[in-house]
Design a binder for this molecule. Structure first.
Ligand code: 3HC
Ligand code: NAI
Length: 676
C-alpha cells in the first residue's frame, strides 16, 4: 500500500496501490501516518511523495466517492500543506484528479517529461472535491483552471511547467534524487493556499456564455465554473466549503451515477468470457482494407494515424483516386484545425497505398473488408482473400448486419475470421463491435480487441445475429419510426423527441447521414417500404443533398415535400387514418422497444452483460453519456415502467413484436438486468 525510504534527512513516501495508486481509505490512512511519522523526526528536513509504477496517482478511489471516511482526502491534503517542513511531489507518471490535488497541496512539484496532469472529475459528473478548484487557479490562473477543470482533459508536464503547475521537469531516472535535493535546498515553504488569485466575475460569465452549447443540460461543468468563481470571490477556506457543497450536490446526482456506471462499464467490456489474459496475440504490422468508400477510408485513417502501413483495394478505377483524395482532404482538415502537424500528416500519407490489385494484400496481418452490404459479394471477396492472404492473417468484415459465420464458412480458415464493425464516421466514432463468429479463434479475438484499443477505439464483443448489438436494436426503433410517419408523425417530430432526450440526432437524420442506400437492394423498381421509395428517387441522404430531408449547402435538414408526398401515398394505399401522435408514444415505440430488443440480446447471449450494450450505444450512436446507455436508463426509470409502456402500446407495435421474457421476469421480480 505504501513504501517509506529514508535518505538520511529526507523521507521518501511511495504510494503503492496498483494499478493506478488510487487514494483508497487504506492508502490515505497509511499516507497520513507515514507523513506524521516523518515530520515528527527532528533530523528530517523534508518529505518527498511519489507513486510506484507508471502512475503518480489516478485520484480518489471512484468506488468510494460517496463515502466520508477518515482521513478524508481534503483534510489529508490540508495536513500536507500545513507541514512545517517542505513536502515535494515527485510526479513520475500521471497525476489525475485527487492525485493532482494531492500534488498541489505539496509545497513544490517536479515532474517527468512524459507525465500528464489533469482534473478529469467532470467526466465522472463531479468536480475536484479535494481543493483542486481552489488551488489550481492560484497556481495557474483562471483560464487554465477553467479549461482543465471544466473539460477534464489532462495536459503534458511541459505545459504544466509553462502554466506554473509544476516547478521543474526532471528525467525519470533522476526524479527521486532531484526531489530529495530540492527538499534539502533550503527553499522556504510555499503553500498554494496562500498564493493570490484575482479574476473578475465577467471572466466567468464570459466563459459560460461562450460555451453555452457544450455546457447545456450538464450539471458538473456548470458547478465547476461556480467553484472556480468561488476561488476568486471567497477566502480559501470558504472556497473549500463551497467546493464541498457543490461536490456533494453532484456526487449524489443522476448524472454522476450514470457517468460512473459508464466508467466501469467501459472497463468491464474488455473482460471477455473464456478469454484468459495469457492468450498469445498476433502481431499486426500491416493492414489491408477492401473497399475505399465511406467506411473503408474512415477505417484506414485510424491505422495510418497510428503509424501502421495500410493498403486499400478499390475495384472502381475512379474510386482509387477518390479514396486517396478523401483521406488527404480529411488530413488537411486536421492540419487546418491544428489537430495534426504537416509532418505528422506527411508521415501518415506515406504509409498509404491505394490500388485495384488484390494481390497487394499479401503481407497484411489484418485485412478488413468494407465493400457493399451484399452477402454474395462479401462471400466472393472472402473466397479471393482466402487464396491471397498470409496464413497468419486475420480476416475481418465490417458488415453492418450480415452473418459473419456464413462469410467465414466460404474460407478454409473460419477460425481467422471475425467481424470488426466500425461506426460512421469511422475515423471519429470510438466504438468497434468485435463480432465473434462460432469458429473465431481466441487469439484472433484477443488480437482484434488489442488492435482496436491501439487505434484508440472502444471495443465491445458481440455474438452473431442480424445487426449484432447496436444495429439490431435500431431495427425496432426504425420500424416504429417509419410506421409512425404513415400514422401521422413527421420526421421532424420524431427526430425532435430524440434530440430533446439528448441524442445528437434523431433516427431520420441518422439515416440521412449514414446514407439511405446502406443495405438497399439497389433496384429502383422494387418498393417495399418508404425508404425504398425515397432511394428510388435518387435521394440517398446527405451525400445527395436529399433523403428524408432536403439539405442545402449548410447541411441543415429541411422538411421535404417529396417525402411528405411519398408518406401520404403509403398512408392512402394502406388505408391508415391520419392521427396526431403524442411525444410519449414516440418514446415508447422507439426507445422502449430498443430496451426490449436489448433484453433479448442479453438473454440470447449476443452481449455478455447489460453494461456492454450501454457502451455500444454511448460510443457508437451518441446516446447521452449522462443517461448511461439504454439499459442503464431503463433500470433508472424502472423496468416495470418499460414493460407497462410496451403493454399499453402493444397493438401499435406490429404483429411481430414480442415482449422479452427476461425483461418481463426481471421487472416483475424488481431485479436488475445484470447477471447477478
Ligand atoms: N478509482 C478506482 N479504480 C480506478 C481508478 C480510480 N480513480 N482509476 C482506474 N481504476 C481502475 C480501473 O477501473 C481498472 O480496473 P480493472 O482493471 O478492474 O478494470 C484499473 O484501475 C486500470 O484502469 P484502466 O484500465 O483505465 O487503465 P489505463 O492505464 O487505461 O488508464 C487511467 C489509467 C488514465 C488512470 C484511467 O484509469 C482513468 O482515467 N482513471 C480515472 C481517473 C479519474 O477520473 N480520477 C479522478 C477520480 S475522482 C477524484 O479524484 C475525486 C477527488 O476530486 C475528490
Ligand atoms: P460505400 O458504398 O461507401 O463503399 C463501398 C466501396 O467498396 C465502394 O468504393 C466500392 O467501389 C467498393 N467495392 C465494391 N466491391 C468491391 C470489390 N469487390 N473490391 C474492392 N472494392 C469494392 O459503402 P460503405 O458505406 O463504406 O459501406 C461498406 C460496408 O460497411 C458495408 O458492409 C456497410 O454495411 C458497412 N457499414 C457502413 C456504415 C455506414 O454508415 N456507411 C457503418 C458501418 C458499417
Amino acid at each position: 500500500m505504501l513504501g517509506v525510504v529514508h535518505h538520511d534527512d529526507v523521507v521518501e513516501i511511495v504510494l503503492a496501490n496498483p494499478p493506478v495508486n488510487a487514494l483508497s481509505v487504506q492508502l490515505r490512512s497509511a499516507l497520513a501516518k507515514a507523513l506524521s511519522d516523518a515530520l515528527s523526526f527532528p533530523h528530517v528536513r523534508g518529505v518527498v511523495i511519489r507513486g510506484q509504477g507508471s502512475f503518480f496517482c489516478g485520484g480518489a478511489d471512484i468506488n468510494e466517492l460517496e463515502q466520508h471516511n477518515d482521513p478524508w482526502l481534503p483534510d489529508l491534503i490540508d495536513r500536507i500543506e500545513a507541514a512545517g517542513k517542505p513536502v515535494i511531489a515527485a510526479i513520475q507518471g500521471d497525476a489525475l484528479g485527487g492525485g493532482l490535488e494531492l500534488a498541489m497541496g505539496c509545497h513544490y512539484r517536479l515532474a517527468t517529461p512524459s507525465a500528464k496532469l489533469g482534473l478529469p472529475e467532470v467526466k465522472l459528473g463531479i468536480l475536484p472535491g479535494a481543493g483542486g478548484t481552489q488551488r489550481l487557479p492560484r497556481l495557474a490562473g483562471a483560464e487554465t483552471a477553467l479549461d482543465m477543470i471544466v473539460w477534464g482533459e489532462p495536459i503534458s508536464a511541459l505545459r504544466a511547467l509553462e502554466r506554473g503547475i509544476v516547478d521543474r521537469i526532471v528525467d525519470q531516472d533522476r526524479i527521486v534524487a532531484e526531489a530529495v535535493a530540492y527538499a534539502r535546498s533550503g527553499q522556504g515553504i510555499r503553500r498554494t493556499r496562500e498564493l493570490p488569485f484575482v479574476a473578475s466575475d465577467e471572466a466567468f460569465d464570459l466563459f459560460k456564455s461562450k460555451n453555452t452549447r457544450r455546457l447545456r443540460g450538464l450539471h458538473a461543468p456548470a458547478a465547476c465554473v461556480e467553484a472556480v468563481r468561488a476561488a476568486a470571490q471567497l477566502s480559501f477556506d470558504e472556497g473549500l466549503r463551497r467546493e464541498h457543497e457543490l461536490f456533494i450536490g453532484l456526487v449524489k446526482g443522476e448524472q454522476s451515477l450514470a457517468l460512473r456506471h459508464l466508467f466501469f462499464a467501459e472497463r468491464s467490456a474488455r473482460k471477455i468470457e473464456g478469454l484468459g489474459k495469457d492468450i498469445a496475440r498476433r502481431t499486426i504490422r500491416k493492414v489491408g482494407v477492401i473497399g475505399g468508400g465511406t467506411m473503408g477510408t474512415g477505417i484506414s485513417i485510424n491505422f495510418l494515424s497510428r503509424g501502421i502501413p495500410l493498403t486499400i483495394i478499390e475495384m472502381d478505377p475512379d474510386g482509387v483516386a477518390r479514396a486517396r483524395n478523401f483521406i488527404t482532404a480529411s488530413y488537411n482538415t486536421a492540419i487546418a484545425k491544428g489537430n495534426l502537424s504537416e509532418d505528422q500528416v506527411e508521415k501518415a500519407l506515406s504509409l498509404l497505398e491505394v490500388t485495384h490489385d488484390f494481390s497487394a494484400l499479401s503481407g497484411c496481418d489484418l485485412v478488413i473488408e468494407a465493400v457493399y452490404e451484399d452477402i454474395e459479394l462479401k462471400k466472393d471477396v472472402f473466397r479471393r482473400l482466402d487464396r491471397i492472404a498470409d496464413s497468419s492473417a486475420i480476416l475481418a468484415t465490417n458488415t453492418s448486419f450480415l452473418d459473419v459465420n456464413k462469410i467465414a464458412a466460404v474460407t478454409s480458415r473460419p477460425n481467422d475470421v471475425l467481424g470488426l464493425h466500425f461506426f460512421s464516421p469511422a475515423n471519429i466514432m470510438k466504438l468497434v463491435e468485435v463480432v465473434r463468429g462460432t469458429e473465431t479463434g481466441p487469439d484472433v479475438l484477443a488480437t482484434a480487441i488489442e488492435v482496436s484499443r491501439k487505434i484508440g477505439k472502444v471495443p465491445v464483443v458481440a455474438g452473431v445475429c442480424d445487426g449484432f448489438i447496436g444495429n439490431r436494436m435500431l431495427t425496432p426503433r426504425q420500424a416504429n419510426a417509419e410506421a409512425m410517419l404513415v400514422e401521422g408523425a413527421t420526421p421532424e417530430q420524431i427526430d425532435r423527441v430524440h434530440i430533446d432526450f439528448g441524442m445528437p440526432m434523431g433516427p431520420f437524420q441518422m439515416l440521412d447521414l449514414a446514407g439511405l442506400d446502406v443495405g438497399w437492394h439497389r433496384n429502383p423498381a422494387r418498393i417495399d417500404n418508404i425508404k425504398d421509395a425515397i432511394c428510388s428517387r435518387g435521394r440517398l441522404g446527405q451525400k445527395t443533398k436529399a433523403g428524408f430531408y432536403d439539405y442545402g449547402d449548410d447541411r441543415k435538414p429541411r422538411p421535404s415535400e417529396v417525402v411528405e408526398q411519398i408518406v401520404g401515398e403509403f398512408r392512402e394505399r394502406a388505408g391508415i387514418p391520419l392521427r396526431r401522435i403524442a411525444d410519449e408514444e414516440i418514446v415508447v415505440r422507439t426507445l422502449y422497444t430498443m430496451v426490449n430488443e436489448g433484453a433479448k440480446i442479453l438473454e440470447e447471449g449476443i452481449a455478455q452483460r447489460a453494461s456492454d450494450i450501454n457502451v455500444v450505444w454511448v460510443y457508437g450512436y451518441g446516446w447521452p453519456r449522462h443517461k448511461g446507455g439504454p439499459m442503464y436508463w431503463a433500470e433508472r426509470i424502472g423496468l416495470q415502467t418499460i414493460v407497462d409502456g410496451l403493454t399499453r402500446y402493444r397493438d401499435r407495435l406490429g404483429s411481430t413484436f414480442t415482449l422479452s421474457p427476461l425483461l418481463k421476469k426481471r421487472a416483475a421480480e424488481g431485479r436488475s438486468l445484470n447477471n447477478e
